[in-house]
Design a protein around this ligand. Structure first.
Ligand SMILES: [Zn+2]
Length: 185
């Protein structure tokens, strides 16, 4: 996907950063299609499992027609509920955190992966087994494209990101999984 106007885009005309699937350069009308039948959840109100998740002031857009697990636009995390149901809870948290990462790092897919992994370890919802789950459930067999490195490369990078992150001591962990910007970044 050619990403031109990350910070200036109006929601329905912007170009989406998807987790795995590339988007065409002229994504305006397709974006509208992807967001058809979607609904918006206020910041901090979306739940993964029983925990509420938050990404600063970003809203969560539940979009059943979105072609990937998740995507991001400025101020918006897009999730496909049907696809998310097929992956485990930890991997869903990773998808959300990856899309949250785009709110901070912009278009860089590797940086968004790294952000999500390190935040997961620091906040206590991700362990080594979870890193392997992400690799197996999302990345295995993915060839990659201009924006996304091949699955095997992403798997190695998230393992390294996990090793580089220091967990926050138990007592200081937030009660809810919280990927709000700032703090541990
Ligand atoms: Zn992404």
């Amino acid at each position: 996907m050619a990403v031109r106007r990350w910070f200036a885009a109006a929601p329905v005309t912007g170009v989406i950063f998807a987790l795995l699937v590339p988007q065409p350069a002229a994504a305006g009308s397709r974006t509208v299609y992807f967001l058809k039948n979607s609904h918006v959840v206020a910041p901090g109100k979306y739940r993964i499992g029983r925990r509420q998740v938050k990404c600063g002031s970003a809203r969560t857009v539940i979009a059943p027609r979105f072609p990937d697990y998740g995507g991001a636009l400025p101020g918006m995390i897009i999730l496909n509920p049907g696809k998310l149901r097929r992956i485990s809870l930890t991997v869903r948290r990773f998808v959300y955190a990856h899309e949250c990462g785009h709110q901070i790092v912009g278009r860089d897919e590797t940086a968004a992966d790294r952000y999500a992994i390190q935040r997961g370890r620091r906040m206590g919802w991700l362990n080594r087994r979870g890193v392997k789950q992400i690799c197996r459930e999302l990345f295995r067999g993915e060839k990659g494209d201009r924006q996304h490195p091949p699955g095997a490369v992403r798997c190695r990078a998230i393992a390294n990101a996990y090793n580089d992150a220091r967990p926050v001591p138990e007592g200081r962990r937030a009660r809810n999984f919280n990927v709000e910007t700032g703090g541990y970044r």
